[in-house]
Structure formats: C-alpha cells, structure tokens
Design a protein. Structure first.
Length: 271
C-alpha cells in the first residue's frame, strides 16, 4: 500500500490495521476508551506546534490528529454506529447551518454585526437538540453548566465552568478575595497532610488548582498558557543546572540538593 493525498487511502490503512487475523494486534485490542488519551495528546501536540510556529511539525501533528478521527470512526463503523462519511456529513451540515451569512442566498445574508449573535443562537439550538436526543423524552433539568464539554482539558474546563457561573453573578468581585480562597485551600491541604488520607489530599489539591484557575481568570491570564510559560522556565533553569554541573565534571546524581538549589538561583538571577 502506497501513500496518498486522498482520505480514502487513510481509511483503507485503518481498515487494514483493524482487520482480524491480518491486522495489527495492538490496533485490534484498542477501544474508544483506550484511544481517547491519545486523541487528547495529539490535540496538545497540534497546539504546541502552533505555539512554536513550526509549520512543518504542524503538518505532521494535524495528520496525527486526523488519524485519531479516522480511528474512532472505524471502531464506530465496526459497531454499525456510524462511519467516517457520517462524521464529515455531520460537521459540514453544522458549519453550513452556523454560517448563514456565507451560505445563504443574497437576501438571507447577515450584516457582520449579526454574525456573532447568530452563531451563539444556532449553537444554543444545537445544544438543545442534542440534549433532547440524550434524554429521549425524559423530563430532566438542564443545568447552566451542561454546555461546558466534559472532554475539555481540566484547566480549560475549570475556566469555562467559572465563566458560566460568573454570568449569573456567582463570582467574586475582587481578585484578592480569590487569593484569600487560595490561602484557605492551602491551609486545608496542610491539615490533610497531618491526617495522611491520600484521597482527601487529592481532593484538596484539586480544590486548590480550581481556585488558582479562578485567580488566573480574574487577572486576565490563560491558565494553560501561564503554566506552559512556567514549564518552559523550569526547563530552562534546570538545563542551566545540568550544563553548569557538566562543565564542572559532575553529574546530577553527584550534586547535593543545596548545590542544585544554588545553581537554580544563579539561573534565576540571570533572567
């Protein structure tokens, strides 16, 4: 089988990988649940390539992400649920519906000022339709937060949950109040440390992270981007420790914590 620019070749490759008897044993063992973490990882790889401005890498990462879509569609097809073509049809229908200012006839076009409101209205209609399908006639309460997708990365979902709650006034008015909440959560972690309950510690740590996201929202910072920046800073400073020790003919294992901490402060002072 040779490479191709057409999606049909990728679909054929995935079908071959998932064919019992002749396919790949690892691919045949996978399910929606086991593949989902890879799907999330590939989405992050796309975002990383964009952040680095590496378009060659972006091309490859988009291909990896597309493979995830094909993978899920193939597994669904095996269960007679839907196929890749149904995925394409669903998203094209959605995009046409959400852009009446582009795809409507001349008399149906919207002025640019109305585009955002139309998009929000149509998305709300789609959410209501999906909710109606899920409940299948059941009389259930639709929460203000139900529109926040469960599949979002945890930091992003925390931000969106808080924004939704804020829209009806459930929010602090001052970032300092959020800071006080952070100190309160830190105190609860300290108390949990004394108890040594791992489950409680995990819960309290989650509460602290949620409060930190809230602070980021109040000061206008994107928590994911802020953490990415801190990750890069940590790598840079730790790299300084490695390089400095290597120049002295020493390894990380040979260095004491105090020595590494001193080099960390040197790196910090040079920034």
């Amino acid at each position: 089988m040779t490479p191709s620019r057409h999606i049909s070749r990728l679909l054929d490759i995935m079908a071959a990988l998932r064919t019992p008897g002749s396919g790949c044993p690892w691919d045949l063992e996978q399910s929606f649940a086991t593949i989902a973490p890879y799907t999330i990882e590939e989405a992050y790889e796309v975002a990383d390539a964009i952040a680095r401005g590496d378009l060659d890498d972006l091309k490859d990462e988009l291909g990896d992400l597309l493979l995830q879509v094909v993978y899920h569609a193939r597994m669904a097809e095996e269960q007679d649920a839907f196929a890749f073509g149904d995925v394409v049809e669903a998203v094209t229908r959605k995009m046409i519906r959400r852009h009446p200012h582009v795809f409507a006839d001349k008399d149906g076009r919207l002025a640019p000022v109305g585009v955002k409101s139309a998009w929000d209205r149509i998305k709300a209609e789609e959410r209501a339709e999906r909710a109606a399908r899920r409940t299948a006639g059941e009389n259930s309460h639709t929460s203000l937060l139900s529109g926040v997708k469960a599949g979002l990365p945890a930091l992003s979902r925390a931000m969106e949950l808080q924004r939704k709650a804020s829209s009806v006034g459930f929010d602090w008015n001052d970032p300092r109040e959020v800071l006080r909440k952070i100190r309160e959560e830190a105190d609860e972690i300290e108390a949990a440390l004394d108890g040594g309950d791992a489950k409680q510690l995990a819960e309290e740590t989650g509460d602290l992270l949620f409060a930190l996201v809230n602070l980021a929202r109040h000061v206008g910072a994107d928590p994911d981007l802020a953490l990415r920046g801190t990750n890069a800073k940590f790598e840079r400073r730790f790299g300084y420790i490695e390089h400095t020790l290597a120049a002295r003919g020493r390894s990380l294992e040979e260095a004491s914590l105090a020595e590494m901490d001193a080099l960390w402060n040197e790196a910090k002072g040079q920034e």
